[in-house]
Design a protein around this ligand. Structure first.
Ligand code: ADP
Ligand code: MG
Length: 361
């Protein structure tokens, strides 16, 4: 089912503009993630789509050719999974999953067969008789997912479903969920504030800030061509190379970088994996921090720009704290963002995807 939002907005009675007028299309079978910091309007947008929240006058929500804007939640045929599992703790896994089907007054045979089907899909067969209170967090969340899809919804909405789990469990279930959602062949919208989760699970990510979708694209597009300082920073932690841009050179405290053509009028950003510590570098700084993270080192270098410049090093050894190092950054690794589009995350921006200058050389 295709979801289409036209001019969807939400102002709460106290005047909070939780969602500014938003356009969004989710195609049949597509898995879209809404990614953004806490308070940017993700849950509000999801609840409007579900029918749990009424939207402002003028908003339109379409499921295929049906205008569902004023349809109540129970008639939208939407499956939902939340951070808190909202399961019946003393009921068995089987009874929890079958609960919605029982409400729908399906026959016992039909209920059993559907429950068996989703138990198998979610690899919960061995736990079917257990009470939910005897399951781990990850297992509970799989039960919540199984319960959401058992009624065969037209759309699955997930609101930070992994946030309550501990780190190791979260990563396992994240990868599992990416596979499961594709197996279900269902249109899904997945809300998260965690960029790794969004990238691992979604076909397309819509980045939100202050009540607006500020950019949407595949994980690769967002990472390589962020359209604003906000997206560059939020997706992949790009660092602002704060210096003087003469058009073909960027003059920093710690040396000069050659810029690509057409750099005039742009702010320059770089990602830590593109900051190379090597003797051919034109920049020079002093190592301030070294963190060993198993697969790589994170090295914080001072004296190149006002803030620390971070380098990710995949070598088997790292320089020592206090050491002076040369740093090289290839000019094709620089992210150029037009000055007009520097966004301050605290400012409300009424822009959507269209018309925002994207340029990366
Ligand atoms: P997110 O899910 O991205 O963390 P929400 O959609 O929950 O954000 O909230 C967006 C904004 O709307 C926040 O500023 C929040 O405080 C506000 N908000 C949410 N629900 C209500 C409500 N019922 N009344 C007033 N303001 C609300
Ligand atoms: Mg939320």
């Amino acid at each position: 089912m295709t979801i289409r939002l036209n001019n969807a907005a939400k102002t709460f009675p106290d005047g909070t503009k939780a969602l500014l007028p938003t356009e969004l299309i989710v195609k049949t079978g597509e898995i879209v993630s809404l990614l953004g910091p806490s308070g940017c309007g993700k849950t509000t947008l999801l609840r409007i789509i579900a029918g749990l929240e009424t939207s402002n006058a003028g908003s339109e929500i379409w499921f295929d050719d049906d205008n569902v804007t004023s349809l109540p939640v129970e008639r939208r045929k939407v499956g939902m999974v939340f951070q808190s599992y909202a399961l019946f703790p003393n009921m068995s896994v089987r009874a929890n999953i079958g609960y919605g089907l029982k409400i729908q007054k399906l026959s016992k045979i039909e209920i059993d067969s559907r429950v068996n089907e989703v138990l198998e899909m979610c690899q919960l067969q061995d736990f079917s008789a257990r009470a939910v209170s005897q399951l781990s967090g990850g297992q509970r969340q799989r039960v919540a997912l199984a319960r959401a899809i058992a009624p065969r919804p037209r759309l699955l909405l997930l609101d930070e479903p992994l946030s309550a789990l501990d780190a190791a469990m979260r990563e396992d279930l994240r990868d599992e969920l990416a596979i499961l959602l594709r197996d279900f062949e269902i249109t899904a919208i997945f809300v998260t504030h965690d960029q790794d989760e969004a990238m691992a699970i979604a076909d397309r990510v819509a980045v939100m800030s202050n009540g607006s979708i500020v950019q949407s694209g595949t994980p690769e597009e967002l990472y390589r061509n962020p359209n604003s300082a906000f997206v560059a920073g939020f997706v992949g932690n790009a660092m602002h190379l704060d210096g003087k841009n003469s058009g073909n050179e960027l003059i920093l405290e710690g040396g000069t970088l050659k810029l690509p053509n057409k750099s005039k009028g742009h702010n320059v950003y770089v990602r830590a994996e593109d900051v190379q510590i090597n003797d051919n570098g034109t920049l020079s700084g002093q190592v301030e921090t070294v963190t060993f993270l198993g697969t790589h080192y994170r090295v914080g270098i001072k004296g190149i720009m006002p803030n620390l410049l971070t380098s990710i090093l995949t070598d088997h050894s790292a320089p020592k704290v206090g050491q002076t190092v040369k740093v090289a950054i290839k000019s094709d690794a620089l992210i150029l963002l037009s000055l007009i589009h520097i966004s301050e995350p605290t400012r409300r921006r009424g822009i959507s995807d269209g018309g925002v200058g994207v340029e990366k050389k």
